[in-house]
Design a protein around this ligand. Sequence first.
Ligand code: AVI
Length: 327
Amino acid sequence: EQNVQEALSPTQVTGENGAFYLDVIQGLTKEFKTLPSKYFYDKQGDRLFQRIMACEDYYLTRCEAAIIRQQREQICAAIQNGEDSFDIIELGAGDGTKTVHLLDSLARQGKSFRYMPVDISGNILDELTGNLLAQNPELNIQPLEGEYFQMLDQAVSLSSLHKVVMFLGSNIGNMPPADALRFCTRIRQSIRPGDRVLIGFDLVKDPYLIRAAYSDQQGITKAFNLNLLQRINSELGADFDLDLFDHYCSYDPLTGACKSYLVSQRKHTVTFPNADIHFSEGECIWMEISQKYTLSQINQMAVDSGFEPVSTFTDSKGWFADVVWKA
Ligand code: AVI
């Protein structure tokens, strides 16, 4: 039995890593161990995720890029609601490689818009802003550093212009469906009737293709998962031995849930400054969900969260969808 109380001692939970420490210890002291996937993205994690996006097995980025490249005019028309001036708020903008095509199209159509990428990482926002301005110095960018909903509410209060909220790349898949529904409902509460959202969903498909995307041949996804253990070692003073964990991915075609795990290869103990975490042989840490949806589940989510589905854009294989909903 682990001493959770001791593990959560107040001296450990103060400081900038306090929330990280709390989340990690809480996850690892559950009956079924888990770690929050939002912590994947430190500097090395960002780099590994960029390599995942470029790798052959990970089809998602290619599919969404093709949708945006090939259907950008239609997407632009669907998000504008006939308005000539508007604000685009992108939640979790990342390096912005997909968004750049849309912004480009809008700029060429002579539209007047302000692009507001939202992220909790100031570093990423600086990089993104630098990249976009290098390509188009005329672009009106206002980065917002902070939590999604705080920044969304702030962006909405800044002007009465039409709002377009974007959440691309199947980021919504990294929440269980009930949380995704709550997330969309919260967006709906922040914006006004007539405003639009553009959300990227990965679709259900051949289970082998999905499993391959999350257990790539080159082992980048495995390294991406292990990197969180490395991050916990260096930022929280734990002593995970990365060689003692393998990566496993499951996909359930009935629920659309694709889940990643790290599997302990033998019985051992990981030590934190204030806690010992015991692993048995074969015990798993659930690292991430990457939920897949059918088009009808997506439309249902729109309605259940108070939106009206407007348009659905899919790639030629029907593997990925970017949908526009109206508030
Ligand atoms: C960021 N997110 C949408 C990715 C996904 O597909 O769930 C993260 C990822 N995890 C493993 N590979 C990619």
